[in-house]
Unconditional design. Structure first.
Length: 395
């Protein structure tokens, strides 16, 4: 069972010059010389203080809005009908291709600020709505500008292998994605690359061609895998050393076993099942009991998971996947950080780490996943600077 290292009557000292945690421990043990005269003190009595949440799987950059499609789905229209009417991922591809880099950036920035408000201080963002390299690069450049101008840690993932463009020659498009990797790496545009391995997307042999090229770069491998059924992606991806394998609604016992004995993080995205009412929730309980390291993320995207809040994802994980409050918090903080290879700099409240801190207006951490639709996040600090204070935006 996950241990939170819970402390009551605790204090957190932050060095504002470096934006890192200087002290974390019992109030009585605060070093006498720790506080400079006049240094700001924030009273969090009656609250829970946590590490900022880490959302390690999002598609936050895209053009357009699919509210119409959402309501059609709610009325019972099938995916087929919606796709035929121009909906589905291809509608996002069309709108993203038509958007300028500035438009993509501005819309993503607004969404990112909603993430801050829900306590998220580290976000991974994928490309993948261009499906042609010009738009893919424009998406990655928008992510880069966010990274340069926003206080949060933002990781970029190249996901040219999100789907095949309509009418594409599969071999030619796979080669195009593989060929793009070295330039993206040289230009410092992405930390990771990601492939959707699925009977309806990329097969393992196609993915292996991309991975062969990816290995010649400094980028880490991520996979969307075993989403709707057991395709053997968990065991295959773990053997390939994937940093994380995400979705896993259809993971087999052999896949669980392989992941449990690997360094790959299992990133679970219950928002997609909630939002689409399709697919099965990943067997998180069995996975954690077997020894898998589980992270939770929103998978924010305009089609299948229009979610902004990791506390809400925790509610879904508790209700539908049998995760305990401690496991939910661990999965949305330190395990998310490990899914981004950032475990040594964020994801927990320890001296030397970034002062990415959330103050939740609840007396007990178990209440985080319990309240639904109520904003419990009182304050959010990134590197010690407020992005939200007393429930109000501070950026
Ligand atoms: Zn995704």
């Amino acid at each position: 069972m996950a241990q939170l290292g819970l402390l009551e009557r605790a204090a957190l000292g932050i060095d504002l010059a470096t934006g890192t945690i200087e002290f974390a421990g019992p109030w009585e043990a605060v070093p006498r010389d720790a506080m400079a005269p006049g240094c700001p003190v924030i009273d969090a009595s009656g609250c829970v203080v946590l590490p900022g949440f880490v959302d390690s799987h999002t598609h936050l950059v895209y053009g357009g809005c699919r509210a119409d499609e959402f309501h059609r789905r709610c009325r019972g229209e099938s995916y087929q009908q919606i796709a035929e009417a121009g909906g589905g991922i291809l509608s996002s591809v069309k709108a993203t291709r038509a958007a300028s880099g500035e438009e993509l950036e501005a819309a993503a920035r607004q969404r990112l600020h909603c993430f801050y408000s829900a306590g998220t201080t580290t976000v991974e963002i994928k490309s993948g709505y261009g499906l042609e390299q010009g738009t893919e690069i424009r998406m990655l450049e928008a992510i880069s500008r966010l990274r340069e101008t926003e206080p949060a840690i933002i990781c970029a993932t190249y996901m040219g292998a999100h789907a095949f463009p309509p009418g594409a020659d599969r071999t030619a498009y796979t080669e195009e994605v593989a060929a793009a990797l070295s330039r993206i790496d040289e230009d410092g545009l992405a930390d990771f690359y990601d492939i959707f391995v699925d009977p309806l997307a990329f097969g393992q042999a196609e993915a292996e061609k991309i991975i062969a090229a990816g290995r010649r770069t400094g980028m880490g491998l991520k996979l969307h895998g075993d989403e709707f059924g057991d395709d053997g992606t968990a065991a295959w991806g773990a053997a390939l050393g994937a940093v994380s394998i995400d979705h896993l609604g259809g993971i087999s016992d052999a896949g669980i076993e392989a992941l449990a004995h690997s360094n790959s993080i299992a990133t679970l995205l219950p928002g997609t099942m909630f939002f689409t009412r399709h697919g099965s929730y990943a067997p998180a309980r069995r996975m954690i009991d077997a020894g898998c390291a589980v992270a939770l993320a929103t998978d924010h995207n305009p089609g299948s998971s229009m979610l902004y809040s990791l506390p809400f994802v925790m509610t879904l994980a508790a209700l539908n996947m049998g995760m305990s409050p401690e496991e939910c918090i661990t999965a949305a903080t330190i395990n998310g950080a490990h899914a981004l290879q950032l475990g040594s700099i964020t994801g927990s409240l320890e001296p030397g780490k970034r002062a990415d801190v959330v103050i939740a207006a609840v007396p007990d951490y178990r209440e985080l996943a319990y309240h639904v639709g109520r904003d419990l996040i009182r304050d959010v600090f990134i590197r010690g600077r407020a992005v939200k204070r007393k429930g109000l935006p501070a950026v």
